[in-house]
Design a protein around this ligand. Sequence first.
Ligand SMILES: [Zn+2]
Length: 93
Amino acid sequence: MSLQKCDSCNTNFKWKVIYLSLIKGYKPIQCSKCSTEHKITFTSRLIVVGLTILPMLIFAYFLSPFNDFTTIMISIIMAIIGSLFTPFLVKYE
Ligand SMILES: [Zn+2]
């Protein structure tokens, strides 16, 4: 797994920068070196949803053998863990 590079100058984006962009509602990333702005692709938005909200809902509605409180806590933890991987999978252009 590797993080995306800037199209213009090949500088690697930092995990934290991508993660913050996702948290802030897919905010465009500005390259720290050449200032080129990169916007997230539509497919990447689907990947983010697929790794965070989707597993959380599937678990909560269909798979959980636990009571409501435990289910919600586990769902949130699953979403957080899933989100940690999203910076490696999303694409900006
Ligand atoms: Zn750059």
